[in-house]
Design a protein around this ligand. Structure first.
Ligand code: GAR
Length: 201
């Protein structure tokens, strides 16, 4: 069986990357293989997770390029050299251009720490999302895995899971609950759904 070759894009701690690595090891992503980790900056802990799992990694820093097109052209070259067929954005904090995204139709997925279409779009990332959830006072939040298109957080939804907001939650406490009860569960599940489809294409 041909496994879909996956690149996981990260910018930080990489707990979602770890969930993907653990799921692959446990046989829960039989149609996919994490072949590359792409970090948007050096020194992030996600790179250590990749090294520990024996997965090749590269750092691609936007600021090393004069403009976004040259940055993304080099990124595409790296992906092609590694035979990458699918991309998972797992806490990746750069927005990819429409031109880049169009080259991977229904082949890029993203995990967002809220129930889209709530608390999403420009400016809603990381802890800011959970701060906004607590400020609004909603009683249920969650996570969404969706395809990436040219609209930030606007692509077709693959999986969602709800998580309760509890009295006394801080953004940090809520973020941890959303990760544990939703993100780390649905991201590997969605990865397998998409990898399977691409492996059959
Ligand atoms: C996760 O909560 C992820 O959903 C979020 O950043 C965190 C990364 O954590 N992504 C976004 O907000 C994207 N809009 P991690 O590095 O431990 O996986």
């Amino acid at each position: 069986m041909n496994k879909t070759k996956i690149a996981v894009f990260v910018s930080g701690g990489g707990t979602n990357l770890q969930a993907l690595i653990d799921a692959e090891k446990a046989g829960k992503i039989p149609h996919g293989e994490i072949a590359l980790v792409v970090a948007s900056k050096p020194g992030v802990f996600a790179l250590e997770r990749a090294a520990k799992a024996g997965i090749k990694s590269v750092v691609v820093e936007r600021k090393k390029y004069p403009d976004k097109p040259s940055f993304e052209a080099d990124l595409k070259k790296t992906l092609d050299e590694n035979g990458i067929q699918m991309i998972i954005l797992a806490g990746f904090m750069l927005v990819l251009s429409a031109d880049f995204v169009k080259q991977y139709p229904d082949k890029i997925i993203n995990v967002h720490p809220a129930l889209i279409p709530s608390f999403c779009g420009d400016g809603f990332y990381g802890l800011h999302v959970h701060e906004a959830v607590l400020n609004y006072g909603v009683k249920v939040t969650g996570a969404t895995v969706h395809f990436v298109n040219e609209v930030t957080d606007g692509g077709k939804i693959i999986l969602q899971k709800a998580v309760d907001v509890l009295d006394g939650d801080t953004p940090e406490v809520l973020q941890k609950r959303v990760m544990e009860q939703a993100e780390w569960i649905i991201l590997p599940q969605a990865a397998e759904i998409v990898a399977k489809k691409l492996s059959e294409a």
